[in-house]
Design a protein around this ligand. Structure first.
Ligand code: PLP
Length: 355
């Protein structure tokens, strides 16, 4: 099977320490309680008060006119492309961008757009690289329409774009007549790490969204923000893509709970990621990228152990890691505590010492 997700291997013990992804966070009892008490209505009919409360709050937080609640971050990205771009147009993004590598080719399949991949360390490109990628306008060239950034850059190691760089990128894009889109799946991680408000971070971006199912710990939902006109068009695509929901306030209540309780604590996840990276760096043959936020990427070239084998060995000890494009990834989040970091390090050390 290639398309359906694999089920866990038979005989593997339950996962005790889940460093696989911050998507695997479970709603806490308090969040579930808030969800159970949510006032709800028919979301696609426009009368779910909890969804409205979430969208109003998110628009204000991001400094945009309007917002729409989506089932997933992927749908935020796809709907944004469909609003910003016409068939045959071009999006400029980093070569490792989620829209390019991880959305099943949706932007080509549904939007008939192409994506121009830029290079650059840690999932980020420079303002100069963007300037160099701008094409002259002619009958031969695709019309460039949109510049995209990912804050934080996921496979860049949760790297944080500096606000000054983002402002410069947006200035170049707008100066050339292009629109700007921020994939803010982990925007709050960037804001907490940099001490910059979300509205300031996203100031130069025509559209921006936040995922509630990553480190914010909600079970479902992402919110896309932009101008009233943009969100009105995004609603059209949400309906077409099957993303218009019914009593979605149950889920929106989990997102509101996350905004109240799970944002400031992201700093703990970042401290845990730093501790994990420090511990890994002390192991012989392990190369680790210093994390800005909650994603720790590492390789184990000098250990004599294959990455797949390390994943298998620690999984048998109840520790889940992921393998992305040949690199190992350990992700911290609200279900991972500081003592668990020590236990995970000890499981990895033992697994590597067996050669
Ligand atoms: C997870 C993720 C997405 C997609 O979000 P889903 O809610 O899983 O659809 C998009 N971009 C980035 C950078 C992500 O990490």
């Amino acid at each position: 099977m290639v398309h359906a997700p694999e089920r866990p291997p038979a005989g593997a013990p339950p996962v005790r320490i889940n460093l696989y992804s911050d998507t695997q966070t479970r709603p806490s009892p308090a969040m579930l309680d808030a969800m159970m008490r949510a006032e709800v209505g028919d979301e696609q009919h426009g009368d779910d008060p909890t969804v409205h409360a979430l969208c109003d709050r998110m628009a204000a937080l991001m400094g945009k006119e309007a917002a729409v609640f989506m089932p997933s971050g992927t749908m935020c990205n796809v709907a944004s492309t469909l609003v910003h771009c016409r068939p045959g147009e071009e999006i400029i993004a980093h070569e490792t961008a989620h829209i390019l590598t991880s959305e099943g080719g949706a932007h080509a399949a549904l939007g008939s757009v192409q994506i121009l991949p830029l290079k650059g360390p840690r999932g980020m490109y420079t303002p100069d690289a963007l300037r160099g990628a701008l094409r002259g306008k002619s009958r031969h060239t695709p019309t460039q329409r949109l510049v995209e950034v990912e804050q934080t850059a996921n496979t860049g190691g949760g790297a944080v774009w500096a606000k000054a760089t983002l402002d410069e990128i947006a200035g170049i894009a707008h100066g050339a007549g292009l629109s700007t889109h921020m994939d803010g799946a982990r925007l709050m991680n960037a804001c907490v790490a940099a001490g910059v408000a979300p509205a300031d971070m996203a100031a130069g971006f025509d559209s921006v969204w936040l995922d509630f199912t990553k480190g914010l710990g909600a079970p479902l939902g992402a919110v896309l923000c932009g101008s009233s006109e943009f969100i009105d068009e995004a609603w059209r695509w949400k309906q077409r893509l099957g993303g218009a929901m019914r009593q979605a306030g149950v889920c929106a209540a989990g997102c509101l709970y996350a905004l109240d309780h799970n944002v400031d604590r992201l700093a703990e996840d970042h401290a845990n990621a730093k501790a994990l990276a420090r511990g890994l760096a002390q192991m012989e043959g392990v190369e680790v990228q210093d994390p800005d936020t909650n994603l720790v990427f590492f390789t184990i070239p000098g250990t004599g152990v294959a990455a797949t084998e390390l994943v298998r060995r620690v999984r048998m000890e109840g520790v889940a890691l992921s393998l992305l494009g040949g690199r190992l990834r350990a992700c911290t989040h609200l279900d991972v505590t500081a003592p668990m970091i020590d236990q995970a390090l000890s499981a990895i050390r033992t697994a590597l010492s067996r050669g």
